[in-house]
Design a protein around this ligand. Structure first.
Ligand code: ZN
Length: 228
């Protein structure tokens, strides 16, 4: 990653859920900026344990965390992350997005983060979205992030920089980045990615766990070989 070293003289705000991706981004931000803050959203997700994870990881990282309640975002459209009566899609069906997609979530989160960042005098915003393993979610794509960056600048007459260090990484490469940053154990044991709300390696069976586990196995195999 060839980021301008002058970036080190500034501050970043990380959109932080306490999952694998945003935790890796939190530590990436700590390696690239002098000051890091984090913002977690409670949007009606079934597993509020995410927020406890986010608090404990931010504490350990020495990062100030703000938690914002935005339940409206999870209630606007039916999805299986906020509606416990809707069985979760286990995979994408054709070109339809899976019902774990919360429409507009990243649009709202990043817009709120930008308003907050502006208020704090911060230009740099970090989000753990990835086009490579984007699970069919359109708001994880690079074109959306670039477009939103322009829109946010125009909306607030600001010069935000939206950083997405995972955009072109697959899950194995995201594990490698965590390892390079020296936080493999924290990411493996203390983050919550599982759609069934189980910390660390998770239930092992939901789509988020499968993606995470396959990435981990691929990375460990690359690192240690098949004989580990
Ligand atoms: Zn799971």
């Amino acid at each position: 990653m060839n980021y301008n070293p002058t970036m080190n003289n500034s501050e970043a705000l990380v959109v932080f859920s306490g999952g694998q991706d945003s935790t890796t981004c939190l530590y990436w931000a700590k390696a690239h900026f002098n000051e890091v803050r984090a913002l977690t959203f409670i949007y009606g997700q079934k597993h509020v344990k995410e927020v406890e994870c986010a608090r404990s990881i931010a504490d350990k990282a020495g990062v100030r965390l703000d938690v914002m309640e935005v339940p409206l975002i999870g209630s606007l459209a039916r999805n299986s992350l906020t509606d416990s009566t809707l069985p979760m899609d286990r995979q994408q069906h054709g070109t339809d997005v899976p019902n774990t997609f919360v429409p507009g979530r990243n649009l709202f989160f990043l817009s709120i983060a930008a308003v907050r960042a502006r208020e704090l005098g911060i230009n740099h915003i970090v989000a753990g979205v990835s086009q490579t393993d984007f699970s069919g979610y359109p708001d994880c794509r690079d074109a959306f992030i670039k477009s939103l960056n322009v829109t946010l600048d125009l909306a607030m007459d600001s010069q935000f920089v939206l950083h997405t260090p995972l955009m072109w990484l697959d899950k194995a490469e995201t594990w490698r980045l965590a390892d390079t940053l020296g936080v493999m154990d924290i990411v493996r044991n203390e983050t919550l990615t599982c759609y069934n709300g189980i910390i660390g390696d998770g239930c092992g069976d939901c789509p988020a766990c499968r993606l995470r586990r396959e990435g981990l196995e691929k990375y460990l195999e690359e690192k240690y070989g098949k004989e580990r």
